[in-house]
Structures are given as C-alpha cells and as structure tokens.
Write a protein that binds this ligand. Structure first.
Ligand SMILES: CC1=C(/C=C/C(C)=C/C=C/C(C)=C/C=O)C(C)(C)CCC1
Ligand SMILES: [Fe+2]
Length: 351
C-alpha cells in the first residue's frame, strides 16, 4: 500500500482510536453491565475531562482563517473576551428560562455533534453532496445528543430535573417515542445511503454509535463519545487546519504537531478544569442528588454555545490551502469526482 498522505496520517488513527474506544466500552457493557452502572459518573467525568482540550484552542481558530491584514492582536483579545462573555451568559439565561435553554442546548448539540462527525468523514473518506451530509449530521446528532433521553428516562431524569425543573415533558412517553422514531429513521436512511455509495465504514461507525447509546447507560455512553470520539476527531481536524502545522505534517512529524497542540491547549484546559471543579463542588443547596453530573453538564452548556460559533468558522475555513481570502467551494461535479477517488488517493493529495 502506498504511504499515506499527511491528512490520512492524522485522520485514520483518530478514526481508529474513537471506534476502538467505543467498541471496548460497548463490549464491557454487554458482558458485564454492572460495571458501567457502578462507574457511570466516573466515566462521564473522565470523558468530560478528556474532551475539554478539543475546545481549548477555539480562541486561535478565527486567526487561522483571517482574511486580509486585520491585526492578529485584535483577534487575540476580542475572541477570548467574546468567548468568556458568551460562556457566562449561558448559566445566566439558564437560571431565567431553564427549560428553553435546555431545549436549545440539545438541538444545537445535535447539530454540533452531527456536523462534526459528517465533516470528519468528508475529510477522511471524501466529500459528499449536501443531502447525504445533512442525513449524516441528523443521524449522528440525534443518536448522540437526544436518543439517551428517549431510551434512558430514569437515568436522565435526575439530571434534567436539576438542570431545568420545568423540562420533565422532554421525558414524557410521546416525546420519547417521537425522538426514538426520528433517530431510528435517520440511522436507517443514513446507513442505506452510505452502503449505496460504498461508504461501508461510515455505516458501521453509525451502527456502533447507535449500539453504544442504546445499550450502555447514558452517562457512560456520552462520556465515551465526548472524550474518545467527538474530541479526538475534532482535534484531528484542528491540527490539519492550523496553517503553521503544514510543514511538519508534510514532513510526517505527526507527534510534533500533536505536542504543539498540547502546548496550545494547556492553559485554557486548566481554566476549564478549574471551572469543572468549582461546578461539581457547588453546595448541595444548589445542586442536590447527582450534582457531580449536573455540574459537568452546566459547564458543557456554557462552553458549547461559543464553541459552536468557532467550529462554524472552522467548517467554512477548512480545506483552504492558505489562510486568507476564502475560495468558492468547488462545483458539484468536482466534489463528486473527488468523492469517487479512494480515501488514500485523496489523502495523498491533501499534502
Ligand atoms: C442533558 C443531558 C445530557 C446531554 C448532554 C449534552 C447534549 C452535551 C453536549 C455537549 C456539547 C455539544 C459539547 C461540545 O463540544 C446527557 C449527558 C446525555 C445525559 C444527562 C442529561
Ligand atoms: Fe465540540
């Protein structure tokens, strides 16, 4: 087999790490379900901590795709300040209209996870047309962000009650049935389209995720997905998108690029960890039973909204050869031709 290109050297291992981790957690869940029942909160928090670095360089992303000659210093102050303001606004809004914030949070989480997974697959396996991409995003988004509420109401209820006391209706039977039917239909259509187009690995990955969220308790499934799948795949996209990494990637120095990411992410991750420690240690009066998990979800919600805006930036900028003025996206025929090539060919071109 030909030597893989720079993009494949990052994307293929990232894909294997995430599928391997999910398969391992699922296997333990099937063989010894009591293990995950006992360790659910610990796995959730471990996944949360493992996933924090994926958003830790968000403040740098807009600078990678800066157009023209706007001063980088402006970006360096404005972006973190805007991020902090948006993160602070979420708990404030959640105290005023909690049910509304929870619903919006679930919807945007589904979009974020769904499009994140779709984008990773497009980079690794070749682009697809908007319709299969939207179905991919819908299937992955519903399975990972809302299916747990439909399938595991008793486990999720204490967390939902504390996050948003008036949002119990999200766990009512008709809502759960509608959610499960939507997710099931999206998974079936997405797998059908992937098999039709020869994207067998994508179909298998979606079935694996569906099994994880369907068969393993929700905090364990979510912690595993967040820490070992969403975060790992997003970090792979980040190191490929940072223009300063291009020479090292071309030279095959993947470890050096990851070390650089680690240095960039260290301080923001430490700040997020401190926030997590604070939120999980809040007095009982504020967060009663199960407060550890609730503190984690509050932190996720606060960080998710600004993170989404930055990731939308990444989506738009990804694939441009250099930072600077954006290029029009290639015409449909060119995208189809690229999709028809094998992943290893495509990844060779990426260098
Ligand atoms: C509400 C709720 C859940 C959903 C959490 C979500 C949807 C988190 C999203 C995080 C994001 C989008 C991070 C961005 O990178 C769980 C844990 C399934 C179960 C407990 C109740
Ligand atoms: Fe994310």
């Amino acid at each position: 087999m030909a030597a893989p290109g720079p993009a494949a050297r990052v994307l293929v291992p990232a894909g294997r790490i995430s599928t391997g981790a999910v398969a391992a957690v699922l296997a333990v869940g099937l063989v010894a379900p009591q293990v995950w029942r006992r360790w659910a909160v610990a796995v959730f928090l471990t996944g949360l901590v493992a996933g924090l670095p994926h958003g830790a360089v968000d403040h740098l992303v807009p600078g990678w795709f800066r157009r023209g000659s706007r001063p980088a210093a402006g970006h360096r102050t404005v972006v973190p300040l805007g991020y902090a303001a948006a993160a602070a606004a979420v708990p404030a809004a959640a105290l005023t209209v909690p049910a509304c914030v929870l619903c919006v949070f679930l919807a945007v989480s589904a979009l974020h996870f769904g499009y994140g997974d779709a984008r990773f697959c497009a980079l690794r396996d070749g682009p697809t047309d908007p319709a299969p991409r939207a179905v991919h995003a819908l299937a992955h988004g519903t399975v990972t962000a809302v299916l747990p509420l439909a399938l595991w109401p008793e486990q999720v209820r204490p967390v939902v009650r504390q996050l948003a006391p008036g949002a119990d209706w999200l766990l009512a039977a008709p809502v759960r049935t509608a959610t499960a039917v939507l997710a099931g239909a999206a998974v079936a259509v997405c797998c059908g389209m992937a098999l039709r187009d020869g994207r067998h690995r994508q179909a298998a990955e979606l079935l694996l995720l569906t099994a994880l969220f369907g068969l393993v308790p929700p905090l364990v499934a979510f912690g595993t997905y967040f820490g070992a799948w969403h975060s790992v795949r997003h970090i792979a996209r980040l190191v490929l998108a940072d223009p300063a990494n291009a020479p090292a990637l071309r030279a095959g120095h993947t470890a050096a690029v990851l070390r650089r990411f680690g240095r960039q992410a260290a301080v923001p991750t430490a700040i997020a960890l401190a926030a997590l420690a604070f939120l999980t240690a809040l007095p009982r009066a504020f967060l009663a039973d199960g407060r550890t998990a609730v503190g984690g979800v509050v932190l996720l919600a606060a960080l998710t909204f600004p993170h989404l805006i930055v990731v939308a930036h990444l989506d738009r900028g990804e694939g441009r050869p250099e930072p600077g003025p954006g290029r029009p996206s290639p015409p449909r025929a060119a995208r189809r031709a690229a999709a028809a090539r094998s992943p290893s060919d495509r990844c060779r071109d990426d260098g």
